[in-house]
Every structure is written in C-alpha cells, then in structure tokens.
Design a protein around this ligand. Structure first.
Ligand code: C2O
Ligand code: CU
Ligand code: CU
Length: 431
C-alpha cells in the first residue's frame, strides 16, 4: 500500500537498489557538488551529491587505521562534513565554526579509535544542515574490528547498507527543500537514492546496515511475510545480546544492524521492508536464487559491554519548542557548559512540547538508562552504546556519558534537522 502521494511504478521502471561504492578513508577526496540522480520512475532529479552519487560512497575501514580525507566544497554555499558517530577531536568533527565557503576545502586527519559500527557522514554548517542533507548529501562510514569479525557475519553482496529517508520533488522532478519549523517531511520514501527500489536476493542470510537518514520522519520498520529481524547492533556497534524483533522504531540519525534469513522463502517470493508509521513500502526483496549458499556465520551475537556507573554530576536539558535547549537558541561561539575528561555524568533529556526530538551528542557514545513518561521504557535497540536517542513528547530520558578521548568543543542537538537549524543545539567543552 502506498501513501496517496507516493509514486507507484511497475517493476519495469523501478530502480534496482543502488549499492554505493566502498572506499577507504586513507587518502580519500570527498567532493560535495550539485549533480543528478535517477531516483526511479524515469525521473532524473537535480540533487546535491558526494563524489557524484546519492548516497555518497560507503567509507569502510578497521579500528586502528588513519582517515585522511580532503573535503572539497563545490556547493554554491558554505559547508563542512561531520562524521556522525565517530569519536574525533574538535578540528575533525565538522563543527559549524569550521565551515568552508563555496570553492574551499577542508583537510581531515584522524585515527579510528572506536569499536565496529555503522556511522555516517553529512554536512553540518550553521543553519544549512537540513537543506544540504535533504538535497542528498549523506553516506555510510563503517568501522570493522576483530570482535565483530569473529562472528563471521554476512559480507560482500550479503551485507547491504540501507539509507532510508524521504523526499519531495517539484514539478520538474528535482529535490525540493521546503521546510517548516515542525520539520521537513518528504512525500515519498527513498532508499539509497531511489523511490521504492527492489533487490534480487538469494535464499540466504543477509546483513542490513540501516540508517534513518530522513530530516524529520521517525519510522517503524517491519518486513512483510513475518520475516523476522535478528537485531544485532545499533549506533555504537554490537548489542550486549541479539534478539528477534518484528518491528523497530528508528529516529533521525539512529542506526540498526540486523540479520534477515531469507532461506525459508521460495524462489519468486517477495518480502517488503515497510515503514508502519507512514504505511510506506520502502524496499522489495525478491528471492531469485534457489540454491542455498552455505552460511557459516552467526545467527545471534553478543558483546561484553562494560556498563557506565556512579555518575558524579547530573545535568538536565530541556528541549523547548522547536528551537531551544534550556531556553537558549544555538550560538556557535557560546559554550553552555563544561565537562571534565574521564568523568561519568548523568544527562537527563526532558521534552517541553513539539517532540519527537532525537537527541544526539558529539564526542562520545552514551548508555540509555531509563525513559519515564511517554513510552515509559527503553527498547532492545536502545541497549549498548548510542549516540542518538529518541525523546518523545512527555518523556524524560536518562543517559550515562563519559568523555574519555579528547578535550575540546562538541555539540549536542536535536537531530530533527529543522529543529537543529533553528537553534535546538548547544556547544559544550570537554576540559
Ligand atoms: Cu548527525 Cu551533529 O549530527
Ligand atoms: Cu554527530
Ligand atoms: Cu527537536
């Protein structure tokens, strides 16, 4: 079923799911520029792209390597790239203070010091993030490590990134960013740059690396035909234990790592990943290969995650209206609080209307310890390490956080990008 605005196409003019090229961050040139993309239904859209593609290339590396990336800004306005989920110092974090003007470039150089997980990259200039992301600028940044490799999870063609978002086109078929203060809600879904693409799959186990890359839309993901999702990871990598889920809520900026076992389906069967909130079909998987490839990998995972404990400071942050945190709108040169290195703190996020607010922190991952009010519980996909957590109206979410790596200025903000751009963001300094 489709939303009335969703463009429905026969298989013949739908796109096959686009899988971005995989590149190493060692000596990478990353250019943001206007471009065009065939987003399905015979529509060629004017977009903004990284290295000529939407989404941009998947950057992939191992813990312990060095990323050296030259960002070239060929957009008609200032920009800077942020590596969402990566622990880097301020100079490499894509702070709006470091935005470079049209034609300029910015050189990044940082070590990969964290565990395996799906991170992502997107622009972060002051008040222009929503526009630049909606126009098409985003890509996956995957880190691998030895702990994860030991599970021998599906890889190569069997490990599929899904950057799920929404899009609105104007009459000319071009991406059209027309936000309101309440958020930019696109009229159609778009996965890896296509409206309702399909993918031919073997009757095998697949690993899906999922990002909610929408500006404002919160999704509730589920597969048809009761295809179960084996939830193994989230923002910060593998969960303490995997679990089977029938549906999973994912807000803007959050990630999921799931396994789906297509071996029980017959050739020709179609399994659709849907968003139950919008009632949208997102991607169709068509089982085409009968032979069962031998799968030696895990169908469940675990990870030993040390819980943070004994916070010495509690800070409360109220997400007010559509543009303020604790009553203040963002000023990129004002620092609102300081945090000592190596100090465990409890941060309490409170909503004060106009939710949902996906709360995101730069510079460290956190552990969600409770949610009271609203949905009143924490969900299996919120265990382990997180860098973004959904705060809905009426909710109080408590997290434990500790900055162990770098001193310097970092950001906390609502990842509904239209709230962020209007000022629901704050600087703090780790000292
Ligand atoms: Cu994904 Cu500060 O952002
Ligand atoms: Cu971030
Ligand atoms: Cu918000």
């Amino acid at each position: 079923m489709h939303d009335e605005n969703q463009i429905t196409n026969s298989l013949s003019n739908r796109n096959q799911l686009y899988i971005p090229e995989v590149v190493s961050p060692g000596g990478l040139m990353l250019t943001a520029a206007p471009g065009t993309t065939d987003i399905g239904g015979g529509i060629i859209s004017a977009t903004w792209e990284f290295n000529g593609n939407l989404p941009g290339p998947t950057i992939k590396t191992n813990t312990g390597t060095i990323a050296s990336i030259l960002f070239q800004n060929n957009l008609p306005e200032e920009s800077i790239v942020h590596w969402h989920g990566l622990i880097v110092n301020k100079e490499n974090d894509g702070h709006p203070q470091d935005a470079v003007s049209s034609g300029g470039n910015y050189s990044y150089n940082f070590p990969i010091i964290q565990r395996a997980g799906l991170n992502w990259y997107h622009p972060h200039p002051d008040m222009l993030t929503g526009k630049q992301v909606f126009m098409g600028l985003a890509g996956a940044f995957i880190v691998n490590d030895a702990e994860e490799s030991a599970f021998n999870l599906p890889s190569g063609n069997f490990e599929v990134p899904l950057i799920i978002r929404d899009v609105t086109l104007n009459n000319g078929g071009n991406i059209n960013y027309q936000p309101t203060a309440g958020g930019m809600f696109g009229r159609s879904s778009m996965v890896n740059g296509s409206m309702y693409p399909y993918m031919k799959v073997a009757s095998a186990v697949y690993r899906f690396r999922i990002l909610n890359g929408a500006n404002a839309r919160v999704m509730n993901l589920a597969f048809t035909k009761n295809a179960e999702m084996i939830l193994i990871g989230n923002d910060g990598g593998l969960l303490p234990s995997s679990s089977i889920q029938n549906s999973i809520v994912i807000s803007n900026g959050e990630r999921l790592d799931i396994l789906v076992d297509f071996r029980k389906f017959k050739t020709g069967e179609s399994i659709i990943l849907r968003d139950l909130n919008a009632q949208w079909d997102l991607v169709e998987f068509i089982v085409t290969e009968k032979k069962m490839p031998l799968y030696n990998g895990a169908l469940s995972t675990s990870s030993n995650i040390q819980p943070l404990s004994n916070p010495v400071v509690t800070r409360t942050f109220s997400f007010d209206g559509m543009s303020r945190i604790n009553g203040l709108e963002f000023n990129m040169n004002r620092i609102d609080w300081t945090v000592p290195l190596h100090q465990t703190e409890m941060w309490v996020f409170v909503s004060n209307g106009n939710g949902p607010h996906p709360v995101h922190v730069h510079g460290a991952s956190f552990q969600v310890v409770s949610r009271t009010g609203g949905r009143g519980r924490i969900f299996p996909w919120e265990a382990g390490w997180k860098d973004t957590v959904l705060l809905d109206d009426g909710e109080t979410v408590r997290v434990l956080i500790r900055f162990d790596n770098y001193s310097g200025i970092y950001l906390m903000h609502c990842h509904k990008l239209e709230h962020e751009d209007r000022g629901m963001m704050a600087n703090f300094e780790v000292i």
